[in-house]
Write a protein that binds this ligand. Structure first.
Ligand SMILES: Cc1cc2nc3c(=O)[nH]c(=O)nc-3n(C[C@H](O)[C@H](O)[C@H](O)COP(=O)(O)O)c2cc1C
Length: 192
C-alpha cells in the first residue's frame, strides 16, 4: 500500500477534553485543556502544556496548585467557551457552581463528574511553552458515576478532543481489555 505524507501539524490521536482551573489574582478561572497526560505512578504525576503567557498559568505560578475537572458531554458548550475566551476579558467562573476541597483555594466545578486537585511538582520551560508537572493530591466524584466502586466511563460520558477534524467526541465502545488481549500473540517465554 502506498503511504501519503501528511502535514506535521496534524495530531491524529485522541486527547483529553478537560478544564484546567486555578485562582488567578484571587479569582477562579477555568480554561479548556487538551495537552495533558499522566507521566508517573509513584508519585502520581500529570503533565500539561501551556504557553508561558497563558492567564491560567499565572494563577498556577502564584498558588503552586491547580485543578483538572473532567466534564461530561452535557458541558461541551461550557468547555468550548472556556477554550475561546480568556479570563483576562471575561469572568468564566460565573457559568459554573464552584466548590473547594482539601487544598482550600483551588477552584473546582460541581457540574463536572470528576475533579482533581494537584500541587505543582515541577515546571519546565521549553521554547515558548511551560510544561507544568502536577502531583495528584485528591480526586472527587459522586456515587452516581460509580459502578462497583469504580469510575464508569458510560455514566460520566467522557469526551475527547481530536484534530483533525478539531472536534469533541464521546468515548466509544470498548474494543478489548488492555494489558490482556495481546497475550494471545505471546510465546510462552515472552513476558515483560
Ligand atoms: C479544544 C481546545 C483545546 C485546548 N487545549 C489547550 C491546551 O492544551 N493548552 C493551552 O495552553 N491552551 C489550550 N487551549 C486554548 C485555551 O483554552 C484558551 O486559549 C483559553 O482562552 C485560555 O484561557 P485563559 O486566558 O483564561 O487562561 C485549547 C482550546 C480548545 C478550544
Amino acid at each position: 500500500m502506498t503511504k501519503i505524507e501528511l502535514d506535521t501539524g496534524v495530531a491524529p490521536f485522541p486527547k483529553p477534553a478537560v478544564l484546567l482551573g486555578a485562582m488567578v489574582d484571587g479569582k477562579p478561572n477555568f480554561m479548556n485543556l487538551a495537552w495533558l497526560t499522566r507521566i508517573s505512578f509513584k508519585p502520581h504525576l500529570w503533565v500539561l502544556s501551556v504557553p508561558k503567557t497563558r492567564y491560567t498559568a499565572e494563577g498556577i505560578r502564584q498558588q503552586k496548585k491547580f485543578s483538572i475537572c473532567i466534564p461530561g458531554k452535557d458541558l461541551v458548550v461550557e468547555l468550548d467557551y472556556c477554550g475561546i475566551t480568556s479570563g483576562r476579558n471575561e469572568d468564566k467562573s460565573k457559568i459554573f457552581t464552584i466548590f473547594y476541597g482539601e487544598l482550600k483555594d483551588v477552584p473546582m466545578i460541581k457540574e463536572c463528574p470528576v475533579c482533581v486537585e494537584l500541587t505543582v511538582f515541577d515546571e519546565i520551560e521549553m521554547v515558548d511553552r511551560l510544561l507544568i508537572i502536577g502531583e495528584v493530591k485528591h480526586i472527587y466524584t459522586e456515587e452516581r458515576y460509580l459502578t462497583d466502586g469504580k469510575l464508569d466511563q458510560d455514566k460520566i460520558g467522557i469526551l475527547s478532543y481530536t484534530q483533525p477534524p478539531s472536534a469533541y467526541f464521546l468515548l466509544g465502545e470498548k474494543v478489548a481489555d488492555a494489558f490482556s488481549v495481546g497475550k494471545k500473540l505471546r510465546s510462552k517465554a515472552g513476558t515483560s
